[in-house]
Write a protein that binds this ligand. Structure first.
Ligand SMILES: [Zn+2]
Length: 64
């Protein structure tokens, strides 16, 4: 049985579906100090959350 090791199966509460649903991650913005992600319900595509992630040092080089 294969486990979902590297799938990053994130679940967030969706008002439309009325429960915790799997989400799709979308990169919204690349900021000077990190990334801004938005999460959409995989079932109804409602926006259910966002997340800001610190920029990794190796990625900082790419942005110059
Ligand atoms: Zn939904």
């Amino acid at each position: 049985m294969k486990q979902y090791d590297d799938l990053k199966a994130t679940h967030l509460y969706c008002n439309n579906c009325g429960g915790s649903m799997p989400v799709r991650e979308r990169l919204l913005l690349i900021l000077p100090d990190g990334y801004l992600f938005e999460y959409y319900c995989a079932h109804c595509s409602e926006l259910v959350g966002d997340k800001k992630t610190r920029l990794a040092d190796k990625d900082r080089i790419l942005l110059r």
